[in-house]
Design a protein around this ligand. Sequence first.
Ligand SMILES: Nc1ncnc2c1ncn2[C@@H]1O[C@H](COP(=O)(O)OP(=O)(O)O)[C@@H](O)[C@H]1O
Ligand SMILES: [Mg+2]
Length: 230
Amino acid sequence: MVKDELLLEYLPKTRVYSPEELWEYAEAFTHVMLKPSGGGGGAGIIQVTARGEEKYLVHSGSRQRLVEGKEATIRYVESLFRPKTYLLQPRIPLGNIKGKPFDVRVMIQRRSNKEPWVITGWCAKLAGPGFVVTNVARSRGKVLPIQTAIKLSNIKAGPHLLRDIRMIASAVANRLGRVYPTLREIGLDLGIDVDGKPWIIEANFRPSLALFQKLEDKTFYKRIVSMRKR
Ligand SMILES: Nc1ncnc2c1ncn2[C@@H]1O[C@H](COP(=O)(O)OP(=O)(O)O)[C@@H](O)[C@H]1O
Ligand SMILES: [Mg+2]
């Protein structure tokens, strides 16, 4: 996706973890996300916040610990690591509803690589209490219609936000569809920051239907299932 000039603007600046890079990110962005490469379901994701005077708040799952000193922080953070390569990203200041962050899942499907990509559903994933990840199963979060979530949130949404989300989702699908010709389905996670700017968080190639099953309105769910047939 970074090779696509349009998408580059929506991709969080990502690096491979090392202690040096972590300190650089902590200084530059204050809030840093550490994520296992090829992870899933929000497992192993850690948020580190610089609190000044070499104090760092480490948040994983619903646990938070304030650690003093860089060495102790690295030791603690690495003890939480899964056996995977870790990536660093600035924490996007996701829009939230009463303090609970949410992001957006956009389902994009095609019947074959000769047919166009179609956006078949979207929804908002609201984190459960105390979590920085919005993965619904892990954080015991909630699924909401996207418009409802934006309306209830602190996001300063411009008039083109939903149009921009659709545009980004289509661009992601076109890009990834060229790289992966057999790909037929993408579950795209997009964060929306408080200023109303969308950010690409993750593209899932085996997205679960559970999110759309949880929505009261089953229109998207039915459309997604019928697109999977044939
Ligand atoms: N850079 C980030 N800034 C803010 N929140 C993030 C960031 N990266 C991930 N998250 C949160 O963590 C969740 C899980 O991250 P994701 O990259 O989708 O990994 P996973 O494969 O474990 O689902 C996201 O849905 C989002 O709520
Ligand atoms: Mg995800």
